[in-house]
Write a protein that binds this ligand. Structure first.
Ligand code: NOJ
Length: 766
């Protein structure tokens, strides 16, 4: 009943569903944390409330931050601190907050624990290549425990931005191009860090960068994104929603303009979608300095306007820019921001601090930190996960696995013995001059110990890899870019390569990109192997000796030549602290590779943006006439999404549906048999794709809607089952502006990559 009148049936159903959905969502914080937060809020002055919305930098950064935040903390002007990897300093600052500030509110310390602390796991793109969410969950659980032991209670992870363009350097921080795979990896990371619910043993996550950052124009980092709502809903927002449903307590707003409205001041994103549609109960932090940047974007007139636009859009916390600190109290005094709006911004921050147990245990026991960070189980897990994340791209004539029979081995390439690069970007312990205590194992070091004294290894690194334009992060990470080699130096390295490879039984090339070439502010216009790696590789192949190429990189690179001339190619990504050991585990067959590509691998940079789940044009590329393609290069990728080889072979058969006709409200079970047809045990990934043939909108040629990684003995067959129901079949229609399953015919494929040919048909009726 509404106002004494009967509600129309449709409205009643909607209202009931809405309240069920709202109730169904577990509360993020307990009633007790909520009660304590409300009680504390009542005691706070406006300035103290504004203080909780300020995340200060923990370090002095010339040009950005001039002094340590001690005085501000004592006055209650700091709610959170980022970028401190010194546990003693964390405790010192926490003491100021708890002992000296009027209300003794503890600080929430945050850092980018993206893929580990001292033990560094493979970069997220690599972990997504495992096609095994339990890999992400286990790694991030370990990373979270390490972070907490170091005093960090909040990590700016997971990055769930869909990236369809390999030029964008940050593709390495996420799970690649696909919303289904990306959602699975997003959920796993939330569970890994926070557990199934937020509590004293949780590491609070920050789901970033909300939203659309991966679609930066031209793949240039920070550039504007133009994404129609149909793509936001069906692609870009999906992993964010999955993370939110998994219980994520924090989101980070992105840097860029989304359809001309910067994400940090975008009310549609931060309020309409996140809070109203999804019911998010946590808080949103801006990316670093992004509130101040609202003015730089030409969106806010001045800092006060930036603060006003951000808080009214739904942004709780200002990361590092002090724009809230300098403007919010005045805006409240002038009545431009209501105190209710201020309270709404502060309350979830306090409630989460209670929920994390920070008020009861504000300090970390720094005598125990090293024991946690150095525990050997972490390294053992890292090695396993790194090997599980590698993708075998090519293996002609069973070049791999190797035996240790070679007596003379030439190891070439600038990454073969590079301690810094094998862990990739975001190795936080060593950032900002922190103590870098991790001991990465390089491929060269492992090969030396595997082959022992019986073999002779000649190492030709070639010139150090260097960016044309240095990175703003170089100073923070201690990287020194060097000038490119002279012609004489290049010729010298090529001669050394020729000599070493001519004399070898086996060549192992470890090549790719330096860690500083991938990640934030690391977009690139060329996908060529940087430096003289291509020439070194061609010299090695010309020797006629078997060549194995191990790639260390954060994005697909142009390996089209290698894909035709180098017999074995292993994609190791940036495999982390135990990377060299994990590479050797795969090269020597102790681990049979089972990873799959989470991205479509382009033949040349001109194909970007490239992704498998595009729509059909009226002239599909396999037509002979006016095909949708380039005249100078194929439109198809070099390696398709979901691709990866094994040392064994698999056959998919017997694809069947429990019901081949269902109603839109029902679901069907899909089964497929996977058989190991080779002679060694190995992992297959069963991938399920669908295509809706017609509807209120054109739908992608294929979309992933299920996957499972299984281990099979030689000759063994397993049946893998998937469900196709509402979650898999529905989409957001630009015509109805709503989610729904539309009646019609759906193609269903299952197999080992996105070109799987085994198919059947599902009919959905009203
Ligand atoms: C900027 C990056 O965009 C974001 O990913 C990171 O979490 C923050 N800086 C804090 O380091």
């Amino acid at each position: 009943m509404q106002n004494g009148k009967l509600m129309p049936f449709a409205a009643l159903v909607t209202a009931t569903l809405f309240s069920i959905a709202a109730q169904a969502q577990n509360p993020l914080v307990s009633p007790e944390s909520q009660r304590r937060a409300k009680e504390l809020l009542r005691k706070m002055t406006v300035d103290e409330k504004v203080g909780q919305l300020n995340q200060s930098s923990g370090i002095v950064m010339p040009g950005f931050v001039d002094q340590k935040p001690d005085d501000m903390i004592a006055k209650g002007e700091v709610g959170s601190i980022l970028w401190l990897n010194n546990t003693k300093e964390i405790n010192r600052l926490q003491h100021i907050a708890v002992d000296q500030s009027r209300l003794h509110i503890p600080i929430l310390f945050a850092f980018d624990v993206i893929h580990g602390w001292r033990t560094v796991f493979p970069v997220p793109l690599a972990m997504a290549s495992s096609w095994d969410p339990s890999v992400e969950e286990a790694a991030q659980k370990e990373a979270g425990e390490d972070a907490r032991a170091a005093g960090i209670r909040w990590t700016f992870t997971p990055m769930v931005d869909i990236a369809r363009d390999s030029r964008w350097g940050r593709i390495m921080e996420g799970a690649g191009e696909d919303p289904y795979l990306g959602s699975a990896m997003a959920r796993a990371q939330v569970y890994g860090f926070q557990g199934k619910s937020l509590g004293p043993d949780s590491e609070l996550v920050s789901v970033k960068h909300f939203a659309g950052y991966g679609a930066a124009e031209g793949g240039r980092d920070y550039d504007s994104s133009y994404i129609p709502e149909v793509l936001m809903q069906n692609v870009y927002l999906k992993p964010f929603h999955a993370a939110e449903q998994a219980g994520a307590g924090n989101f980070m707003s992105a840097y860029m303009d989304l359809n001309d409205v910067p994400a940090t001041g975008n009310r549609w994103l931060l309020t309409d979608v996140l809070r109203k549609d999804w019911g998010f109960q946590g808080f949103v932090v801006s990316d670093a300095f992004a509130v101040a940047s609202l003015q730089v974007h030409g969106f806010a007139a001045d800092p006060a306007d930036a603060a006003l636009k951000a808080i009214n859009a739904g942004l709780n916390m200002d990361m590092a820019s002090l724009t809230y600190t300098h403007n919010l109290a005045k805006l409240v005094a002038e009545g431009k921001v209501s105190e209710a709006t201020l309270d709404k911004a502060v309350l979830p921050i306090l409630a989460i601090k209670y929920q994390l147990g920070l008020f009861d245990h504000p300090y970390v026991d720094d005598t125990k930190t090293d024991a946690v960070l150095d525990r050997p189980e972490g390294l053992a897990l890292e090695r396993k996960i790194a090997a599980r994340s590698m993708v075998l791209l090519r293996n002609e004539n069973h070049t791999l696995p190797l035996t240790t029979s070679a007596k003379k081995i030439a190891v070439i390439g600038p990454l073969a013995d590079s301690i810094h690069d094998i862990e990739g970007g975001w190795t936080v312990e060593g950032l900002f001059g922190g103590p870098a205590k991790s001991h990465p194992v390089t491929v060269l070091a492992t090969l030396k110990s595997r082959y022992g004294a019986n073999a002779e290894i000649t190492f030709v690194p070639g010139p150090q890899l260097s960016r044309v334009f240095p990175s703003m992060l170089d100073a923070l990470t201690g990287v020194k870019q060097v000038p490119p080699p002279t012609e004489a130096e290049k010729a010298d390295w090529i001669n050394k390569t020729k000599a070493a490879t001519a004399d070898a039984d086996l060549v192992i090339a470890v090549m790719g990109e330096a860690a500083s070439m991938s990640g934030e502010a690391a977009s690139q216009a060329s996908m060529a192997l940087p430096g003289i790696q291509q020439e070194m590789l061609e010299t090695a192949v010309a020797s006629g000796k078997p060549v194995v190429l191990v790639l260390e990189n954060g994005r697909p690179l142009d390996i089209t030549w290698a894909s035709e001339h180098v017999p074995a190619i292993l994609e190791a990504w940036y495999p982390g602290t135990e990377g060299g050991n994990a590479v050797a585990d795969v090269l020597f067959g102790d681990v049979n590779p089972g990873g799959k590509l989470p991205v479509s691998w382009a033949r040349s940079v001109g194909q970007e943006p490239l992704y498998y789940n595009h729509n059909l044009t009226h002239e599909p590329e396999d037509r002979p006439t006016f095909t949708s393609r380039y005249w100078d290069v194929e439109s198809k990728p070099l390696y398709v999404f979901g691709y990866g080889l094994s040392y064994t072979s698999f056959n998919f058969s017997n694809l069947r549906l429990s019901h081949d006709h269902i109603r839109a409200s029902e679901s069907t079970e899909v089964s497929v048999d996977v058989t190991n047809t080779g002679s060694v045990a190995g992992d297959a990934v069963a991938e399920l794709y669908i295509h809706q043939r017609a509807g209120s909108a054109s739908r992608p040629v294929r979309q992933l809607e299920g996957f499972e990684r299984v281990t099979l003995k030689p000759g063994e067959t397993q049946t893998v089952k998937f469900t196709l129901g509402k979650d898999e079949l529905e989409f957001w229609s630009p015509q109805t502006k709503a989610w729904g399953v539309e009646p019609g015919a759906f193609d269903v494929w299952a197999g080992g990559d996105s070109k799987a040919s085994l198919n059947t048909l599902l009919t959905v009726t009203q």
